[in-house]
Design a protein around this ligand. Sequence first.
Ligand SMILES: *[C@@H]1O[C@H](CO)[C@@H](O)[C@H](O)[C@H]1NC(C)=O
Ligand SMILES: *[C@@H]1O[C@H](CO)[C@@H](O)[C@H](O)[C@H]1NC(C)=O
Ligand SMILES: *[C@@H]1O[C@H](CO)[C@@H](O)[C@H](O)[C@H]1NC(C)=O
Ligand SMILES: *[C@@H]1O[C@H](CO)[C@@H](O)[C@H](O)[C@H]1NC(C)=O
Ligand SMILES: *[C@@H]1O[C@H](CO)[C@@H](O)[C@H](O)[C@H]1NC(C)=O
Length: 464
Amino acid sequence: MDSCRRLVWMVCWLNLASLSLQGGSGSERGQCPGQGWTGQIFEENPRLVATDRSGERFEIGNPPNDSLSVLHIRGSPFELGRAHGTLLRSEIQTMYIRLFKHMEDQVIVALHLSALPDILGRSIARFIINAALDATYLLTIKDTPSRFIDEMIGLAQGAQVEYNDVVRIQMIPELLQASCSMLGSWGPATSASSNPGEGGGNGCGLYQLRALDWDLDAPIFDYQTIIYYHPADGNSFAIFTWAGFIGCVTGYSGRLGISEKVWLNHTGSSSRVGMPWHFLLRDVLQQTDNIDDAMRLMATTPRTCSILLGIGSRKDSKFVLVGFSSDTLDLYDDRNFTLITSSTPANESHQFPGVIYVDKYVQPSEDKCMPSVVQSCYGKLDEFTLLDMVAKQQTGALHTALYDFFSNNVLFSWAAKRLVMYVTLFQLRLTWVTTTAFKRTSFEGFLGCEEKILNDAERNSSKF
Ligand SMILES: *[C@@H]1O[C@H](CO)[C@@H](O)[C@H](O)[C@H]1NC(C)=O
Ligand SMILES: *[C@@H]1O[C@H](CO)[C@@H](O)[C@H](O)[C@H]1NC(C)=O
Ligand SMILES: *[C@@H]1O[C@H](CO)[C@@H](O)[C@H](O)[C@H]1NC(C)=O
Ligand SMILES: *[C@@H]1O[C@H](CO)[C@@H](O)[C@H](O)[C@H]1NC(C)=O
Ligand SMILES: *[C@@H]1O[C@H](CO)[C@@H](O)[C@H](O)[C@H]1NC(C)=O
């Protein structure tokens, strides 16, 4: 019954961690809230569960408690949306109902509406939520390409939900703020075994880590989904998302990887008018292949909220941090990213060439955990040390993705069934990541390390 799941590695991380500390200062002991990673990596073939004219739905993990939906969708924007909606219809319908109810609950508490009869309090709360989300839509619609509108129309038709609700759900990230961490490492920072193309580029040795922490009460938990887009125009790419949500908060195209976090201490202005940032990040994946082109696209598009954006690039064989807001688009490299992350940037901060990291706290952050792990693992950063860092920092509760540009694999972990997660998160806080299984997802259908651009026929036939 569990025959598709193959346990590939069961790593006793503590042993490896003590090895990797040799030669290091070992100073991260005591600097980090969590213990090291002792979890497992599962490698598993997704099971086909449904097909549609322009897509397929697969599943990984064990339903109902820890499964994840994987969609492959193709075609025009409308077809992409319709396939997404059709393949996940019942999930989208129940998620939208639960998510609106969850937001209503929060508004009821915030505005002390609980003294009112439930029905009345709830309709007032819903009215306020709709008004806020609709206003966000009106401010961004002018700068939203019609492709996204067509996709949302298709999604509403496929899932048989109201178009207005589809739009409102997409607007939520424009209103909310998540605390996350990210890291990029390449070249001299990465372990030699995963860095064979010394100086040769092609993304070899480039890792990008993305850990998302968000409202753990939100019912999006149960609807985690990976959507592989195979659009009629542009690059194929995957977003790590939730049923019925089409923006990119975490995404990978084989060419570029995307990570982001809210940029709280940004002093410049923040606008609500412009293209929703999570739509723009999707266009970065779909339309660009390298950092220069990505920066150009973002520079010429009206931007909204302030976020810190991480972009890993295969062609450039590096990762950059971007300060992104309506009036700012600043690029930081491994020499000057501490201008953002430290209130006392070192004079010569090029202490660790080939690493950029932003921890989960408000920046600038004086927390010592991430720098101490980087210090003790420098030159040996690989997937194990990076997963260890996630566990030590206790980040990535909602999901964590580790893009390995060399092997073109993504390790992905997600919060499993709420009950399980609650117990492990709040009662066994120190060891929660130990119970989180990472799933390895191959992106062979996209790009390999050897710059192999697949033609259409190859791409169609090698989905995983
Ligand atoms: C799923 O979770 C429920 C509630 O936590 C539990 O009772 C059940 O045994 C779990 N099922 C599996 C297959 O793990
Ligand atoms: C950044 O924000 C935090 C809390 O929001 C505040 O305490 C801190 O002083 C701010 N730092 C700077 C440099 O603005
Ligand atoms: C950081 O350094 C890079 C490369 O030296 C430079 O292009 C960029 O403008 C610098 N960023 C800031 C904000 O000074
Ligand atoms: C910082 O660098 C400048 C120029 O390289 C140098 O003159 C100055 O003394 C340095 N300051 C510190 C505190 O090291
Ligand atoms: C690949 O898939 C696309 C979209 O479904 C289709 O239009 C195209 O004809 C396919 N190409 C080949 C060579 O099969």
